[in-house]
Design a binder for this molecule. Sequence first.
Ligand SMILES: *Cc1c(COP(=O)(O)O)cnc(C)c1O
Length: 377
Amino acid sequence: MIEFNKPPFIGTELEYIRQAAEENNKLCGDGPFTKKCSAWMQDNFNVKHAILTTSCTHALEMAAYLSEIQPGDEVIMPSYTFVSTADAFVLRGAKIVYVDIRPDTMNIDETKIEDAITEKTKAIVPVHYAGVACEMDTIMDIAKRHNLKVVEDAAQGVSAYYKGKALGTIGDFGCYSFHETKNYTMGEGGALLFQDENYLEKAEILREKGTNRSKFFRGQIDKYTWIDYGSSYLPSDMNAAYLLAELEEHEKIDRKRMAIYNYYHEQLRPLAEAGKIEQPVVPEGCVHNAHMYFIKARNLEVRTKLIKYMKERGVMCVFHYVPLHTSPAGQKFGVFHGEDKYTTKESERLMRLPMFYDLSEQDMAYVVECLMDFKEW
Ligand SMILES: *Cc1c(COP(=O)(O)O)cnc(C)c1O
């Protein structure tokens, strides 16, 4: 059977975890490996601050708090996204305003955002689906004119770029995921990125249980105390050790994922040319990271048959997301602004193919062969 996903394993992870456990005597958060991961992201993605967190969900929660979202504030985002994008803002009492997506990239339709803005709107949350950037110039311009915060959900966008800038470094905040389903992993984990120095102190306090312990560890104060609202958003240094091993070898992972993406893209082109499927689109100015490979079938009925057929042939293919505005919580906490022209329709057609670091050439070829044999397009 060909799995849909396997977490990447490069080989150096275990040595780093051994160092964390045997040599450093530091298993809790903000040890040497955590610091190295932060420094690595800051250098490689050209961002002032990159703080390791326990998940992208938690990075989003931190961003919602630091954006000073209050009960009743409105936050604009696509409905076609993972629940955490909305949850983080709902926890602060926000009302979610969904706008439609573009059918080409499955990203928020930047031309529909401005019409959804009211005097209660506080933030826009673009989600870089499949590591393909949203139209950030337009989004940043809208945000600037209406004095809104931009929180990038770049969970899938680590090592992807928009006009030369790393995703997650363009808005006020960027949120990464290092969950085992993402390109680089630490099991569960994420990062919060921002350029503005003014957020740093509040972010550190929020992450360290509401205390100024980060300052204490740097020797800037001689005792630490509770000074504000807080939680615990710092991962163990053992998890960071695993991640650092992967970040340092990221080119190996990138090369492999890109090879899989390009293979699928080339091999499946005849199906697209025959009008049986649609393939992913990467707009000018976007450098994607081969986070996923999806195809779109004609409609829900064909996709359902296709997933069943692939499973029968031993290939696990999955779909996502059920649009948030059609879910019980999504309806309770939000409202769709404008027409749902593409969100539901396009989400029902989309199917993801197996895509992971360890996928063999033989298995890739078998996936394509199965798709070529499918008769019920
Ligand atoms: C994976 C993902 C998340 C959540 O990431 P976690 O690290 O599991 O919290 C959020 N948003 C999007 C778009 C994702 O793909």
